[in-house]
Design a protein around this ligand. Structure first.
Ligand code: SF4
Ligand code: SF4
Length: 474
């Protein structure tokens, strides 16, 4: 149903019929500017989109942004998400103004969730007191233990940043600020899943983690400015490597940490196994389009991963944000995620969990030659098949209003039963696990494999970034 809205400048806005009640918008008040120089950062090259810009959101734009964001929401909680570049480079006063503007335009009953994704290196007590006072949720980027983190996450002088990030983390913890840890999974740390997971859980001390695969497409000119090209950098994780990374961590998590440690990918997978409307991660939903990005100058883009001219929706000084969010261009962008799936995905038995993942990664051809297959497909197939049994158990527990954590006891009992059965059979007998294979071709006389944690491997020495490019095999 349409309704009219009187905006602050007394422009009458005709409310679009198809406007979503809420959406997620990542604000980039410093554009691509960052104090670090992480080798794989997909956003640093974006500086070239605004030649000569100072990359600072000015006060007038800040007010427009906050006002329009609030006006565009038809729900009582509005998420205000700050990202970059590095958003702390704007300084605390900028965010104090933002808090005052939220208060100025707040409708009765409306609350805000302010979030910020930061590298953490500039945090101090004053920042953390501010975050605590305004209930910020902070996302802190860290790639694992020192040896893994410092490979790619370096400052402008190429120096390691691990100590500074950990200092920022300890400050957040000291002040009781809500936070989660975001780890990018690259060609190096992907070989150390348990080291990464155990570090985040036991040493960093988080109970909330997020793993984002690094897939850096190389454009014709050698830059990573656009989502174009079918080659990736040698920093990009390999498909099967990413699958192994996820399955290895999953096995550790599902035996020890369900209900205690939140891993975003596992949560989204469980939600899809339950058949819920949204997985909570745009990449694992059937459609997308409600996770946009706004640049320092008010330019609105279809998605944080598509800040490029073809996905520019307009500027909020020329058109109201909700008109751009509900524009046919943006709605089509969201639908295309589903509509452009190749037949290979449509026929896939784990499509309900994967949905072809993110369109930015769909640059392979399927075995029968259709374009649009996700670069990470092999890894996702591996992961989603691997988790099938525990996910069925988790979904069953949740449907019966039982805690998901009970899956740990069920799996432990099944493994003990299997090991007891294995002790009674001969090598040529059918394997008691039910695989249909002989014992010698299946579990052998070894205890069930899932009870054996992978050996922890020595970590590599920190190394400098490399620009070698990998040609994707056909
Ligand atoms: S393009 Fe990818 S990252 Fe962007 S909203 Fe769609 S699924 Fe999410
Ligand atoms: S696992 Fe591969 S084939 Fe299946 S939906 Fe995902 S990308 Fe498509």
């Amino acid at each position: 149903m349409s309704h009219n809205l009187q905006t602050q400048e007394h422009i009458e806005l005709i409310w679009p019929d198809n406007a979503p009640p809420a959406f997620h918008l990542l604000a980039k008040p410093t554009g691509a500017i960052c104090n670090l120089d992480c080798a794989y950062c997909f956003f640093l090259d974006k500086e070239q989109l605004y030649p000569g810009s100072k990359f600072r959101m000015h006060d007038q734009m800040l007010e427009q942004y906050i006002r329009q964001l609030i006006e565009s929401h038809q729900v009582d909680q509005v998420t205000v998400a700050w990202q970059g570049g590095e958003p702390t480079l704007m300084g605390l006063d900028f965010y104090r103004k933002a808090m005052a503007l939220e208060e100025k335009y707040r409708r009765p009953g409306m609350t805000f969730l302010n979030t910020m994704q930061t590298n953490g290196t500039l945090l101090n007590d004053e920042w953390c007191e501010f975050f605590k006072e305004h209930n910020f949720l902070i996302g802190l980027s860290i790639d694992g233990p020192r040896e893994l983190h410092d490979i790619y996450r370096v400052d402008k002088g190429g120096k390691p940043t691990f100590d500074k990030v950990m200092r920022g983390l300890r400050l957040l913890q000291k002040h009781g600020v809500a936070y989660n840890l975001l780890t990018t999974v690259n060609r190096v740390n992907a070989d150390y899943p348990l080291e990464v997971y155990r570090f985040l859980r036991d040493e960093a001390g988080t109970d909330w983690m997020q793993f984002i695969p690094v897939v850096e497409r190389i454009n014709e000119d050698g830059l990573t400015l656009y989502q174009e090209g079918n080659t990736v950098s040698d920093r990009s994780v390999l498909p099967e490597q990413f699958g192994r990374f996820l399955t290895t961590i999953f096995d550790e998590w599902v035996r020890n940490d369900v209900g205690r440690i939140y891993v975003q990918t596992f949560e989204a997978t469980a939600r899809n196994w339950l058949g819920l409307e949204s997985s909570g991660m745009c990449v694992f939903n059937a459609t997308c389009g409600q996770g946009l990005a706004i640049e320092h100058n008010g330019d609105l883009y279809a998605c944080d991963h598509f800040v490029e001219p073809n996905y520019h929706l307009g500027n909020i000084q020329d058109a109201h944000m909700i008109e751009l969010v509900a524009s046919e261009q943006q709605l089509k962008f969201g639908r295309d995620k589903r509509d452009a799936l190749p037949q290979y995905c449509l026929d896939c038995d784990v499509r309900f969990a994967c949905h072809g993942e993110c369109p930015k990664n769909r640059f392979l051809t399927t075995p029968d030659g259709e374009p649009g297959l996700n670069y990470l497909c092999a890894g996702f197939k591996q992961f989603f098949h691997h988790v099938e049994l525990p996910m069925k158990l988790i979904a069953g527990l949740l449907r019966r209003n039982r805690p998901a954590a009970e899956v740990m006891g069920i799996l432990a009992a099944e493994e003990a039963k299997l090991n007891a059965a294995l002790a009674q059979v001969r090598r040529n007998d059918p394997c008691p696990c039910g695989s249909g294979r002989k014992v010698k071709q299946c579990h052998g006389r070894q205890p069930a494999k899932r009870q054996q944690p992978l050996p922890v491997r020595p970590l590599p020495k920190p190394q400098q970034r490399s620009n070698v490019v990998l040609q994707i095999p056909e």
